[in-house]
Design a protein around this ligand. Structure first.
Ligand SMILES: Nc1nc2c(ncn2[C@@H]2O[C@H](COP(=O)(O)OP(=O)(O)OP(=O)(O)O)[C@@H](O)[C@H]2O)c(=O)[nH]1
Ligand SMILES: [Mg+2]
Length: 376
């Protein structure tokens, strides 16, 4: 580590001097107030700064083992000097600048530029295997390069996961008791799990949050669809009404006016069927929907997800639900989609069990899912 002292009338100007000379990566090791003879009576600040040169990842640099040892030794010496001078207890400064851990690392653990390069290559391969698009991989790697000096093999995965998480917007599901009913509709292609998801949300709202729940089905298209929700509503003792025509919704909403939350189950429609999509939209317009969630299967390809997300924009959906993550084997498709549509995720579903198999969307969880390809 190179260590240098800067003396200036303010801490700010000392910091500026440090940055001009040592760059943004310099660390402030200590600061103190001193009285300088050249400036009688004037308060001066002394800033001790250091710049790391033990762990560098510039691919062009070529540290031999001996060179590394030499740098490491001078770093230790400098550290000792500073700690003796500035702090009574040397562990105090070590802890402050976080080098204690670094000192404890064995030589084998310190990455050479070559090993960092191979780590990056392995990372790219892993991200490709998870089916993340090249442009996103590039973005992740660029972020890694930015933090190169503090990345080790042991914390690399965490850096990648944080980088992925920073690209995932999420939203919370909020319902307040005693206000106008919050009206939530679920839309999406056929068989993605809309009705199952509504059943999960309805039970959670009723049992866990003690909310008064209403269910509406506008799915009079598929044979058996009404029965599916009706059986559930009977078993769970949750009111359910059916709208056969868009105008029916005016009356139904009056009947449900004292509910806390109302879920509307729509018929699954192929995103290719414009006529059906327009009809469903007409129903929902009459229901004064507060929030619409687009349900998509996590097992669909990126191309399919993008097509669905595009065709369903007619519903102005606020959030997305990724269903069937338990059936997925790679989840790069989710990141590819999310980074393009920029709509928050609200839930993930991970099985058929009502109400257990649903998870609130969390960027960290989703990033791990995408990076590891495994449902944790
Ligand atoms: N493995 C798995 N299966 C699920 C999940 N969610 C729903 N399913 C199953 O997927 C099938 C279709 O679920 P539905 O809830 O009927 O799907 P839908 O979107 O309402 O279907 P349509 O109304 O016909 O468009 C059922 O067998 C569900 O049990 C999930 O998260 N994981
Ligand atoms: Mg359904």
């Amino acid at each position: 580590m190179q260590v240098k002292k800067y003396i200036a009338p303010t801490l700010k100007s000392a910091t500026e001097q440090m940055k001009n000379e040592m760059g943004d990566e310099a660390l402030i090791l200590s600061t103190r107030v001193i009285r300088e003879s050249g400036y009688p009576g004037q308060k001066m600040f002394e800033l001790t700064a250091g710049i790391e040169d033990v762990v560098t990842y510039h691919e062009t640099s070529n540290h031999t083992e001996a060179k590394k040892e030499e740098i490491y030794k001078s770093f230790e010496e400098e550290l000792q000097k500073i700690s003796n001078k500035v702090f009574k207890n040397s562990t105090e400064i070590e802890d402050q600048i976080g080098v204690r851990k670094l000192r404890e690392k064995t030589d084998a653990e310190i990455e050479t530029p070559q090993s960092f390069k191979s780590i990056v290559e392995k990372t790219i391969k892993k991200l490709e295997e998870e089916e993340i698009e090249k442009l996103i991989i590039k973005k992740i790697i660029l972020q890694l390069k930015k933090y190169g000096k503090i990345i080790y093999t042991s914390n690399l995965d965490n850096h990648i996961i944080s980088s992925i998480a920073s690209m995932i917007p999420t939203k919370e599901f909020n319902v307040s008791k005693g206000l106008n009913p919050k009206v939530v509709s679920l839309v999406g292609p056929t068989g993605v799990g809309k009705t199952t998801c509504i059943a999960k949300l309805a039970i959670i709202s009723k049992i866990l949050h003690n909310l008064d729940v209403g269910l509406i089905s506008i799915d009079t298209y598929r044979i058996g669809a009404l029965d599916q929700l009706k059986v559930f509503s009977d078993v769970s003792n949750i009111d359910m009404l059916v709208a056969y025509e868009p105008k029916d919704l005016n009356e139904i909403m009056k009947q449900f006016s004292s509910k806390d939350v109302v879920f509307i189950d729509t018929a699954g429609r192929s995103q290719k069927n414009d006529e059906f999509l327009t009809k469903a939209k007409e129903f929902l317009t009459n229901a004064n929907v507060d929030e619409t969630y687009l349900v998509m299967s996590a097992t669909s390809s990126t191309k399919t997800l993008l097509d669905i997300a595009d065709k369903f924009t007619i519903f102005n959906y606020d959030s997305v639900i990724f269903s069937k993550i338990d059936e997925g084997v790679a989840f790069g498709n989710l990141l590819n989609l999310i980074t393009k549509i920029n709509v928050p995720s609200i839930f993930l579903t991970n099985g058929q069990v009502i109400p257990d198999d649903i998870i609130s969307a969390d960027a960290g969880y989703m990033a791990k899912l995408i990076y590891t390809g495994k449902v944790l």
